[in-house]
Design a protein around this ligand. Structure first.
Ligand code: AMP
Length: 509
């Protein structure tokens, strides 16, 4: 059995397809709901405690020993959080979250059904996650003792969960998936052809989610309380800051109820207690700029879908001239998309009535469905169900290579508008080594360009390595490179010289 995991910025879940063919979430109810907070507290002995206990008992009381929103740091190879004697990188913290999820699931599987522990998993990642974040997600899985069979883009998973409700009616449809999670936002245009969902355009923001609404609301409360301060970066939180943030999140959720016009936000700051009445209108005004950022990302996703190189010539554009969208459905995913302002914006700006279906669990359930399909022998699949979904969520980046001694320019092998599943595209290049040399440094760069050659500028590579020749090679030796990106978005590279493979030693970025 392969399980599906939604490793979210603020909440995570694990799911499977049960014996009735229905996806179900395995998180224990003790976690407070069917999701587990992606929060890890490190006790005085530096031992990790993950999940609801970390969020409810410790984040408010000991923010300096608690890690939240670690997924936002996946893209930063230099990020380290120091707690006690520990130097914690995002991979290690994510591994603790994964372990908590699988430990809980294992207990349930063993006690209720005498099933073996979770081993093989599909993990979801934001569609705009690049190679580095994808690789690090797989690494976190390995540290947690898991075999990560594949990564799947979150909107593809959400779309799959949605389609599974009624796949036949969904064929040949174009859908906008508006996924506003706790810490990340993904707008994706998904096309379904022959029962297969395929993400054809994405726009995302790794630093935009319900958490930012909480921060804005907490700052609004401070302002109403006459406290001329703003909350610092969560890493620098004191106890008052973290309890205020938790109270702000509760208030935000209360304001999402359709009939609620205002809600009380009670908190203690510098030993004073404040009770601030927050109105829906004031809240929406204070967070309007955040919502507008989601609108811009929708436009970006539509533009990218229209710009793709494999778009059939007779297919009408998704983005109309007046910025309205030509899509059949809009589905809302992610807990924060429950805020009425999200649906209101889509209605008023794009003229569509969005559907909110299982926003917290759609991604985990979709991952479980995907995992289930991976395990099905081709012949056994039910008619009309996707046999193999092409999860092409990584269209957001082009990939280029630079070899040292060249012109400090990147040869762009995979362009932004090309489909993700490019396996073994050969690129032959003559690189003038600066001198006769026994090795050459290479860097793989993600970029948002459609040009053949791009200036390296200040870009940092997602992968670096050294080509190790067997002997010293003369200047201008031609080297051919074979770049491929697998279904999970992980990149591999082979090099050859004179028909002979050259060893590449990759270094950790
Ligand atoms: P996710 O990562 O998809 O689980 O999203 C979690 C985010 O959804 C957090 O920021 C939550 O505060 C937010 N959220 C959950 N329920 C609600 C609700 N009823 N109204 C507004 N935001 C919510």
């Amino acid at each position: 059995m392969i399980y599906g995991i939604d490793l979210g910025t603020t909440q995570s879940s694990i799911a499977r397809v049960n014996r009735f063919g229905i996806p179900e979430v395995l998180n224990p109810v003790s976690e407070g709901s069917t999701t587990t907070p992606s929060v890890v507290y490190f006790d005085e002995n530096d031992m990790p405690v993950a999940g609801a206990a970390a969020k409810d008992n410790w984040f408010g009381a000991r923010p300096e020993r608690t890690v939240i929103c670690i997924k936002r740091m996946m893209s930063n190879p230099r990020y380290v959080r120091r707690i006690g004697s520990l130097n914690l990188d995002p991979v290690t913290v994510s591994a603790h979250i994964l372990r908590k999820l699988t430990d809980d699931a294992n207990l349930k599987l063993r006690n209720e059904e005498n099933l073996p522990p979770v081993k093989e998993v599909v993990i979801t990642v934001p569609a705009y996650f690049g190679e580095l974040e994808r690789r690090r997600t797989v690494e976190a899985g390995h540290i947690a003792g898991l075999d990560v069979v594949e990564l799947i883009a979150e909107p593809d998973a959400a779309a799959l969960a949605y389609f599974s409700l009624d796949l036949k009616n969904m064929d040949d449809k174009t859908i906008l998936v508006y996924d506003l999670g706790g810490g990340t936002f993904d707008a994706s245009i998904v096309k379904i052809r022959g029962g297969k969902p395929e993400t054809i355009g994405i726009g995302g923001d790794s630093k935009l989610g319900g958490f930012d609404w909480d921060m804005a609301l907490a700052n609004l409360a401070l302002q109403h309380a006459g406290i001329h301060r703003k909350l610092p970066d969560p890493e620098l939180f004191a106890q008052d800051d973290s309890t205020l943030l938790l109270a702000a999140e509760r208030c935000k959720k209360a304001l999402s109820e359709p009939h609620v016009r205002s809600s009380m936000l009670s908190f203690v700051y510098d030993r004073e207690r404040y009770n601030i009445n927050i109105g829906r209108i004031g809240f929406e005004a204070a967070t309007g700029d955040l919502l507008d950022r989601t609108r811009l990302r929708i436009l970006e996703a539509a533009r990218r879908a229209d710009a793709r190189s494999d778009k059939p010539a007779d297919e009408p554009a998704i983005l109309n001239r007046d910025d309205s969208l030509r899509v059949d459905e809009v589905i809302l995913v992610g807990g924060a998309s429950r805020m009425p302002m999200a649906a209101d914006m889509i209605r008023s700006r794009f003229g569509k009535e969005p559907k909110l279906i299982d926003p917290d669990l759609a991604v985990a359930k979709g991952a479980a469905l995907y995992a289930h399909i991976l395990r099905q022998p081709e012949t056994k699949t039910n008619a009309g169900r996707p046999r193999r979904i092409e999860s092409r969520g990584s269209r957001s980046y082009g990939l280029g290579i630079e070899i040292s001694g060249g012109k400090k320019a990147i040869s762009n092998l995979i362009k932004l508008t090309e489909p993700m599943l490019i396996v073994n595209r050969r690129f032959e290049g003559r690189y003038a080594l600066a001198s006769d040399s026994g090795s050459a440094n290479i860097g793989i760069y993600e970029n948002e360009s459609d040009s053949d050659i791009i200036d390296r500028g200040e870009r940092t590579p997602v992968k670096v390595g050294v080509l190790e020749f067997e002997t010293v090679m003369p200047k201008s030796t031609p080297v051919s490179l074979l770049l491929s990106r697998d279904v999970s978005g992980i990149v591999s590279l082979k090099a050859a010289c004179g028909g002979k493979e050259i060893k590449i030693r990759f270094e950790t970025v």
